[in-house]
Structures are given as structure tokens and as C-alpha cells.
Design a protein around this ligand. Structure first.
Ligand code: 26Y
Length: 821
């Protein structure tokens, strides 16, 4: 006999108001008059939460009773963005909530703005995970997201004299109404220690005796589907000391030491590492990875066992999708559980393990591929290292059988690298263990097959597949751009929110002058919203009547923020030297948003230079109202939601063959910006969909890059032969943007002139030419709008719902299961 979950409350303004006041009084202990903005925000959030709760309980119950296969998404990052707006949207309560709160004389938007976004991710990979869990819930797919509840998310970026200074992101400081801790369900995780043989029922077995343990406390987050009555779960783990520490205090009498040990345990989930390439082999990061993976596997397997399922059928119950190599330690962990704890034969365990993991790769940069030194792994996870060695031995046997006497190939393919030190190549381990390996855009998957993992693709061609990334139209159109959403809905109905291909219905309207006029009206209104937001946020002013040209993404040399900056510097140089009439320059606002990894020197230099150039050109009277740089600090999901809908031009200018996919490119397209971009990542697919007339392509393509590099690239040849490029670089070198001090930006200039790993100088002229085509196109207002509408109309393919369908068909083979009829 089951109790029904408490019925959902009446969906009326009055009922909502009663609930809101109850939360203020009983939840916060204040009355309306004396409540702070934070009190009100928390009460509002909890009120909305109540409406979703019934559905959450129902979903969990349904999932428990139903025998359907689940997807367990393992990701060290979830860049969620604000939760309140999304919860209101999913539960269709936005209007009721606004009316209710305003009837009490409270400013609704002020409450929405009070929320601190959970920035539990670095950039693309973390945001992708957040889009995917949204789509899984909306598409009624039984799924759970597992990850880490970092106490401090991605750092808050500030600028001091134009230089990036990081501040800790204390996102939990005002309370966190969206999480549900379950300390009673904590899981123990071991670290360190030794391995040994022992006997169980007369049989020899291996076991791990960890030296210390920590507890993983699960915090559940609701992941509401869009208006479908389903609420999936995101389960993030937080590290705590075990009670063993209390005992230590008692026994040793060394209180300080015991407290220190406790802090040590809790350090594991303390902070997100702010690097998103060039892994440092930091011990704490490996601890984080093993910590969340061990908790998640234990949690999932316990549920499977509780329901009476046989673990031999695990592949029918779940696919563990590995979001890059960060969770790959799950592979030896599952083997350890099956072989050591449950006494399975190795082959039996490997047969199951090989069928439940699938691996998504997100990079092409060799320096971004994770490796863990054998020394560190052996010290922290000695049993896992033994298991990895055995997996490697058996794998190399397979290679030997297929290619006898190919010593070089063996060395190339070994999961254990020998140089510069013995280390485990996590991408290889994932590839060996995974049912499937996928890249995140067509070009990227192709390059994985042909280059990065070519030997493996030769051995197992069917293992490799592509799933092009996607973005959720709920957050990135419906929420972020209400003006455009309404216009679209008026034209083609509201089905697009869950079936984005319907945007195709806008195509004929690209030729409708009245529609185009309203489309421009929306864009103009979005620009005004941005002007307002920037003025409040950091006091910067922008002119809404100029073209808004935007480059927002992490700062990386391969993404080439420098290319865009050199273009701006060149315009400045030409105008101030009188070689270009300012009247001939299209008025533009150049917007940048980018965080640099705190230890990435060159990236921080580039940030310093962007701000320095900004100060100079924004103060130049000759450029007033014509050229302006804005670089709001702390680019995050919340800022993206305001910037992207206002953009005219989207900069996607990475060196071809370096950006795995990009997802910002899709967000701009969906919001009616045109792209200037290279043939890289998902740009390739965007261009195929919109056609050459509606995309500004420039630069070397991947094969051409290969050729240039193979021939021995000399950046100085471009410096010498392109006067405008030379003048721009000379301006920087002479200290024009650093008060005459030549040393400040010298590292940037000398790097570009000597190495220029990402061929900025080689692509400069092509980029400038493409920008000239942008100017011409933009001058034709009607033509530009037409292209923008076509971009929106063709963006359906980039819904993360489509990505989920591809994962379902190509990798998971799970089914959609409606919770409600
Ligand atoms: C190991 C550690 C240093 C690390 C941490 C985070 C390594 C990488 C990352 C994050 C990588 C990332 O965000 N990659 C991006 O993934 C997006 C989603 O697939 C792609 O669109 C984008 O091209 C890729 O750079």
C-alpha cells in the first residue's frame, strides 16, 4: 500500500500567494514588511519547488517500478545557470508567480536577480552536461546525472587595472533552495593503503585495504522537464569526514590533528579546478574524480540490487556515459566491485564492464588529454592501478594478435605511456572499455578517427561514432529571449519549444518585410535590455544603435581572441593615422567575455591587452559613437542569456581543427546572429545548414593548416608582407596601450612573431576580408535580417533534444518512458 504524494496545490494566484507567505513566515521567520530580498527570493524558490515536488516523487516512484533502462551521466561539471526561471518555466508558473508577488508590492525581477548561479563548471563541457539533463527530463528519458557539489564553483572574475583577478565563488552563502541533502544516504569511499590476497570460501581473492576513508553525502537537485510532469534527478556528492575521525580524537587526544584530518576530507569537494585544458596531474583532482565516481557507482548499483536485478544484466539497466576522461576511473572501480567484492571471474566482469560504459571525447589538443602518473595512481588507488595493468595486458594481447610483431604500434596503443614518465592514458582506457566512443561534431569525430585515436579506429571501426552537440531551446531561446520566442510562437505556434525542427516554418517569413521589421524590433529591444544590464552591472555604456559583434567563451590561444583584437587595433591604427575615414567604418561595439585559467599566463596577458586597447579606443574622441570595446567581467550563464539575444555577429574564429564543437556558436545562431567563422567544429554544420550566403567563412581549413605547419610556418613572413598587420602589432610592441611601456605586452608580440602556434597571423588577412564582407552585408538592413531569420529557421538541428535522440539511437538504446499519460 503506497501513500499518494501530497496533491499539487491549486494553480491560482491566491493559492500561490498563500504558499509564498507561509514560506516567508515559517521558512524564513519574517513577515512581508520586514523581509529582505533574499528572504523573498528563498520563499519564492521554495514555493515553486513545492509545485514540482509531487512530480519529482511520482517520477522517482515510476522509475522504481518501471523496468526501463536508465542513462547515468557521469560528469565532473554541471554549469547549471540560475534555477528559479527554469523551474518557473518548466512548471508553467511564471505568470502566476509574477502576479502573486507583485500583488504584495514586491518587485518580481529583483527576486529573480537575487539568485547566484551555481557555476559548477568551466565552460562548454559543463554547460553541455546541463543542457543534456534538461533534454533528458523533457524527453521523458529515465536518467540521472552524477557529479560533484563543489562548495566553490568557477571563480568570480574581476578586473584590477584591466588585469584578471580571481575571487572565490561562494555561491552557497545566501542559502541554496534547490538542493536536498541526504546525509543518511552517505557512501564511504576509500583512498590509499595497500592490496593483499585473502581467501573467501576457499578461493583466493585480491582486495584493497584503504588507508583512509571519506563520506560522500548526496545532494539531490530537481531537473524538471518542460511542461511534461517529469522531474529527473541530478545527484551531486559532497565530501565529509567519516566518524572514524571522531574516534581518532578520542583515542589520540590530539584534537587538532583530528580536526585537520577532517578538513582534509572535506577539501575533496571544496573547489572546482578552473583549468579546462592542460591537466596538471594534481592529486586533489584525482581524488575528486575517484570520489564522485565511487559514490555514483555504489549508489546506482545499490538501487539495481535493491530492485532484485542481477548485475549480469547491468547493460540492460544502464549506460554510464563518461563526459570526457574525468570519470574514467569508474572503469577499474566497476571491475574492482565485481571481481574483488562480488567474487566474479575476471572475464565475466570485463564482459559486463565493456558493455555499460560509453565515452565522449571533447578535445583535439594533445596537451588536454588526461594522463595520471603511475606513481600517483599507485599511491592513491593501488588496486585500481593493478586492474588497469591487467586490462592493458589483455588489451595488448588483442593488438598483438591483430598485428603480430608491430612493437611500435604496441607502444603507441598501450594504456600505459612510458615517457616522459610512466602514466595511464585515460582516453585510451576509456576507448578500450567503452561500447562506443563519440566526438562532439562531425569534423571532430572524423579527426578522432583519423588522428587522435586512429589506431583504435582501425582495430574497432564500429566503436566510433559522432553525436553533434546541442543546446536547450528552453533556456537559450524561451527564457533568454522572450521577445523572439513570442514572435516565433505567433508565427508558427509554440510546438518549437520541444520540437525545434519546427523553426523551419519560419523560412518563408525571411521574405516577409513585416516579419523582418518585427524581428529587428525584438533585436533592438534586446540590445536595450543589455545596455541596461551592463550599466547596472559594471557601469559600462554601449550604443544600442551600433552593430553588436560578440566573442564570448573561455580565453584560449586556440580560440584566437587575438585575431579579433588585432582587427580592432588595426581599425584604430588606420583611423588615427588618417589612412581610413571614420565615416567609412561601420559603427560597431566589440564585446568580449572570457575567463582565463588562473595559471595560464598568456591568456591573462591577452585579457590585459583587450582591456588596455578598450581604454584607449573608448577614450579616443575620433572614434566616439563609431568603435567601442566592452569587456564585462565574469562572463557566465546569466550574462550569456542577456548578451547572446542582443548580438548581431557571432565570432567563432578558432584555428581549424582545434575547437571540438563549440556550443556558443549554436546559441547565437538560434538567437538570430550571423556567424563569422572558420571551418571548425560545429561551424561546419552550421554553414551547411544556412548556406554560404548566410555565413561569413574565412581562413585555412584543417588540411590547409596541416600543410602550412608541415611546411614550417613562419609568422614573420605575414608580418612583413601585410602592412596593416605590421602596423597593428607595432602599435602593441611600442607600448601604445601600456603607457609607453614596451615590456608589458612584449610576451604576446614575441609569441606571435616567433611561434604563433595557432596561426593568427596566417589567418589575419582572410579575417579582415571577411569582416569587410560583414560590413557590406550589414549595410543592407533587409538582407541582413533575412539572413538572420534563415539562421534561426535552420537552428532546429542544434537542439540538445536532437543530441539526446542521437545518443539514444547510436549508443544508449534506452527508451522514452512517459511518467504521465
Ligand atoms: C582535465 C581538466 C583540465 C579539464 C577540465 C575541463 C579538461 C577539459 C575541460 C573542459 C573542456 C571543454 O569544455 N571542452 C569543450 O567541450 C564543449 C562541449 O563538447 C565543446 O563544444 C568545445 O569545443 C570544447 O572545447
Amino acid at each position: 500500500q503506497q501513500t499518494a504524494p501530497i496533491a499539487i496545490r491549486e494553480r491560482t494566484v491566491d493559492a500561490f500567494t498563500r504558499e509564498f507567505l507561509r514560506e516567508l513566515n515559517f521558512g524564513q521567520g519574517v513577515d512581508v514588511e520586514r523581509s529582505s530580498v533574499n528572504d523573498r527570493y528563498l520563499a519564492l524558490a521554495r514555493t515553486v519547488r513545492h509545485y514540482l515536488m509531487t512530480r519529482w516523487i511520482e517520477t522517482l516512484r515510476h522509475q522504481w517500478e518501471h523496468q526501463a533502462k536508465s542513462v547515468a551521466y557521469l560528469s565532473a561539471e554541471y554549469l547549471l545557470g540560475r534555477q528559479l526561471d527554469n523551474a518557473l518555466l518548466a512548471s508553467d508558473l511564471t505568470d502566476i508567480a509574477r502576479t502573486s508577488v507583485e500583488s504584495l508590492g514586491i518587485d518580481f525581477d529583483e527576486l529573480r536577480d537575487a539568485e547566484i548561479e551555481p557555476g559548477l563548471g568551466n565552460g562548454g563541457l559543463g554547460r553541455l552536461a546541463a543542457c543534456f539533463v534538461d533534454s533528458l527530463a523533457t524527453m521523458n528519458i529515465p536518467a540521472v546525472g552524477y557529479g560533484i557539489r563543489y562548495e566553490y564553483g568557477i571563480f568570480e572574475q574581476t578586473f584590477v587595472d584591466g588585469w584578471q583577478v580571481e575571487k572565490a565563488d561562494d555561491w552557497l552563502r545566501l542559502g541554496s533552495p534547490w538542493e536536498f541533502p541526504h546525509p543518511e544516504a552517505a557512501v564511504e569511499v576509500g583512498f590509499g593503503g595497500t592490496t593483499e590476497d585473502h581467501e573467501v570460501d576457499g578461493e583466493k581473492r585480491r582486495r584493497w585495504v584503504p588507508a583512509w576513508n571519506v563520506l560522500g553525502v548526496p545532494y539531490n537537485y530537481m531537473v524538471p522537464g518542460y511542461e511534461n510532469g517529469r522531474v529527473n534527478t541530478l545527484r551531486l556528492w559532497s565530501a565529509r569526514a567519516t566518524h572514524a575521525f571522531d574516534l581518532q580524537i578520542f583515542n589520540s587526544g590530539d584534537y587538532e590533528e583530528a580536526v585537520r584530518a577532517q578538513t582534509f576530507a572535506e577539501n575533496i569537494s571544496k573547489v572546482l579546478y578552473p583549468e579546462d585544458s592542460t591537466p596538471q596531474g594534481k592529486e586533489l583532482r584525482l581524488q575528486q574524480q575517484y570520489f564522485f565516481v565511487a559514490c555514483s557507482l555504489r549508489d546506482f548499483l545499490d538501487r539495481v540490487l535493491l530492485r532484485g536485478f542481477d548485475l549480469h544484466n547491468l547493460p540492460e539497466r544502464v549506460t554510464f556515459q563518461l563526459n570526457d576522461t574525468h570519470p574514467v576511473i569508474a572503469v577499474p572501480e566497476l571491475m574492482r566491485i565485481l571481481v574483488d567484492e562480488r567474487g566474479w571471474k575476471w572475464d565475466e566482469a570485463w564482459a559486463v564492464t565493456q558493455r555499460v560504459f560509453a565515452y565522449t571525447c571533447h578535445t583535439l589538443l594533445p596537451e588536454a588529454l588526461e594522463v595520471w602518473s603511475v606513481e600517483l595512481l599507485g599511491r592513491l588507488l593501488p588496486r585500481h592501478l593493478e586492474i588497469i595493468y591487467r586490462i592493458n595486458e589483455e588489451f595488448l594481447e588483442v593488438v598483438r594478435t591483430r598485428w603480430p610483431d608491430d612493437e611500435l604500434r604496441l607502444r603507441r596503443m598501450s594504456i600505459i605511456a612510458e615517457h616522459p614518465e610512466r602514466a595511464v592514458r585515460m582516453a585510451f582506457l576509456a576507448t578500450v572499455a567503452g561500447v562506443k566512443v563519440n566526438g562532439v561534431a562531425e569534423l571532430h569525430s572524423q579527426l578522432l578517427r583519423d588522428k587522435v585515436l586512429a589506431d583504435f579506429a582501425e582495430l574497432w571501426p564500429d566503436k566510433f561514432t559522432n553525436v553533434t552537440n546541442g543546446i536547450t531551446p528552453r533556456r537559450f531561446l524561451k527564457l533568454a529571449n522572450p521577445g523572439l520566442s513570442d514572435l516565433i510562437t505567433e508565427a508558427i505556434g509554440d510546438g518549437w519549444v520541444t520540437d525545434l525542427d519546427r523553426l523551419e516554418g519560419l523560412l518563408p517569413l525571411a521574405d516577409d518585410a513585416e516579419f523582418r521589421r518585427r524581428f529587428r524590433e525584438v533585436k533592438a529591444a534586446n540590445k536595450l535590455r543589455l545596455v541596461d544590464m551592463l550599466a547596472h552591472r559594471d557601469g559600462s555604456t554601449i550604443d544600442p544603435d551600433t552593430m553588436l559583434d560578440v566573442m564570448v567563451k573561455r580565453l584560449h590561444e586556440y580560440k584566437r581572441q587575438m585575431l579579433k583584437l588585432l582587427h580592432v587595433i588595426s581599425l584604430y591604427e588606420q583611423v588615427t593615422r588618417g589612412r581610413l575615414d571614420i565615416a567609412d567604418v561601420t559603427p560597431r561595439t566589440f564585446a568580449f567575455g572570457a575567463k582565463a585559467a588562473p595559471g595560464y599566463r598568456m591568456a591573462k596577458q591577452i585579457i590585459g591587452l583587450i582591456n588596455a586597447v578598450g581604454r584607449t579606443i573608448n577614450d579616443e574622441p575620433a572614434l566616439e559613437g563609431r568603435l567601442r570595446i566592452v569587456f564585462p567581467a565574469n562572463y557566465n550563464v546569466t550574462l550569456a542569456e542577456c548578451l547572446i539575444p542582443a548580438a548581431d555577429l557571432s565570432e567563432q574564429i578558432s584555428l581549424a581543427g582545434k575547437e571540438a564543437s563549440g556550443t556558443g556558436n549554436m546559441k547565437f545562431m538560434l538567437n538570430g546572429a550571423l556567424t563569422i567563422g572558420t571551418d571548425d567544429g560545429a561551424n561546419v554544420e552550421i554553414r551547411q545548414l544556412v548556406g554560404d550566403d548566410n555565413f561569413f567563412l574565412f581562413g585555412l581549413d584543417e588540411p590547409a593548416v596541416e600543410k602550412v605547419v608541415a611546411a614550417g610556418y613562419r609568422p614573420t613572413s605575414f608580418y612583413e608582407s601585410i602592412p596593416n598587420l605590421r602596423h597593428a602589432l607595432d602599435l602593441v610592441a611600442r607600448g601604445t596601450f601600456s603607457g609607453g611601456d614596451r615590456s608589458v605586452f612584449e610576451p604576446i608580440v614575441s609569441n606571435l612573431l616567433s611561434e604563433d602556434r595557432f596561426l593568427v597571423l596566417a589567418d589575419f588577412q582572410a579575417y579582415v576580408d571577411a569582416q569587410a564582407r560583414v560590413d557590406v552585408a550589414y549595410a543592407d538592413t533587409e538582407g541582413w535580417t533575412r539572413s538572420a531569420v534563415i539562421n534561426v529557421a535552420r537552428a532546429g538541428f542544434f537542439s540538445s533534444d536532437r543530441s539526446m535522440r542521437d545518443y539514444l539511437d547510436r549508443i544508449w538504446h534506452a527508451r522514452q518512458v512517459a511518467t504521465r499519460p
